[in-house]
Design a binder for this molecule. Structure first.
Ligand SMILES: Nc1nc2c(ncn2[C@@H]2O[C@H](COP(=O)(O)OP(=O)(O)OP(=O)(O)O)[C@@H](O)[C@H]2O)c(=O)[nH]1
Ligand SMILES: [Mg+2]
Length: 313
């Protein structure tokens, strides 16, 4: 269970749309040129990304020849295993967040509305349940209602929020939060940063500055710099990830809004294209709507397949 309790219906929801696109293509029909063309087309529409699609098709064709596969249905499990393999190849894929430092500072970054504040609340609640003490740092001093929004999440999760006034320097807020964590022996500082367009270099520079201030104060890098990525973004998510990675050296990605997307393929594109590990997946607006990312469970759910060894789907 675990990964699936709340998530399965969300991934399956995305899977249904994917299924119509990709999964249903595997049938009792022979493997023809048309099958390959159609698979390529549907994967591209599912936001898997051109290079990944090309590699996938080439790998799968080889498997079809090696195993003398006649019907495309016989390729489906190999296809699923290949996708899992592509994700597992990336170091840290699905790994728990690094909470070894004290305090462990976790920066959440991303474009406007991707789900950073919500994710901060969800993670705070999770860490608390794992017996960790947590401080939320209201580093979004830019948007008027942002501080109140984080405070509401703090209340919901029963976690302290360190904030200054609207318009103050966000690096100073993080500095404060780290000091407060040290003074109180708090394990984790979750930093909710302001949403910003990845194409605005001044805003990206500001984010890099926040990170530098944290690093100077800690005497080393923050424990994690995570991109909070709206899965609905599809391929645009890839461009965002690239830009944020340049600015703050990401240690991973949290995919949100999986309950709303038909674009599960973006996970593959990010993994293979950027070698960035996906760490968590969010699938709703509630406190508990987040789970650690599991490549195998994710792919099998996405393809609407049972994740068991004796399954011959
Ligand atoms: N359905 C769904 N909605 C989500 C999820 N995560 C966040 N949201 C919603 O998305 C909207 C934006 O979420 P926020 O957490 O405020 O996003 P943000 O990145 O902090 O936004 P800015 O601070 O403005 O950049 C809110 O309405 C959230 O309830 C999710 O996993 N699923
Ligand atoms: Mg926010």
């Amino acid at each position: 269970m675990g990964f699936f309790d709340g998530l399965i219906s969300s991934v399956r929801n995305a899977a249904n749309k994917w299924s119509q696109g990709v999964s249903n293509l595997f049938s009792d029909e022979p493997v023809t040129d048309e099958f390959w063309e159609e698979l390529e087309d549907r994967l591209l529409r599912g936001d898997v990304g051109v290079e990944t699609v090309e590699a996938l098709i080439a790998d799968l064709k080889r498997t079809a020849i090696d195993r003398r596969i006649a019907r495309s249905a016989e390729l489906k499990r190999a296809f699923a295993e290949m996708l899992v393999g592509y994700l597992d190849e990336v170091e840290g894929m699905g790994a728990p967040l690094n909470l070894s430092a004290s305090p462990s500072v976790i920066m959440l970054v991303g474009v406007n509305g991707s789900g950073k504040t919500t994710t901060a609340g969800k993670l705070a609640s999770r860490f608390l349940r794992q017996g960790k003490s947590v401080i939320l740092a209201a580093a979004d001093t830019y948007r008027a209602a942002a501080i109140e929004q984080l405070k509401a999440w703090g209340e919901r999760a029963s976690v302290r929020v360190v904030a200054q006034s609207h318009g103050s320097d966000s690096a100073a807020v993080v500095f404060d939060a780290v000091q407060a964590a040290r003074a109180s022996g708090t394990d984790v500082v979750l930093v909710d940063t302001a949403g910003r367009l990845h194409t605005k270099s001044n805003l990206m520079d500001e984010l890099a500055k926040v990170r530098r201030v944290v690093a100077r104060e800690l005497g080393g890098d923050p424990a994690e710099s995570l991109l909070v990525l709206d899965s609905v973004m599809g391929q645009n998510g890839f461009t965002q990830a690239e830009a944020f990675n340049r600015a703050v050296s990401l240690t991973g990605v949290i995919m949100t809004k999986f309950d709303n997307t038909a674009k599960g393929g973006i996970a593959l594109s990010i993994a293979r294209g950027l070698r960035l590990p996906i760490r968590y997946i969010g699938f709703g607006e509630g406190l508990d709507d987040i789970e650690p990312f599991s490549p195998r469970d994710f792919i099998f759910a996405l393809l609407g397949m049972e994740n068991t060894d004796d399954d011959n789907e």
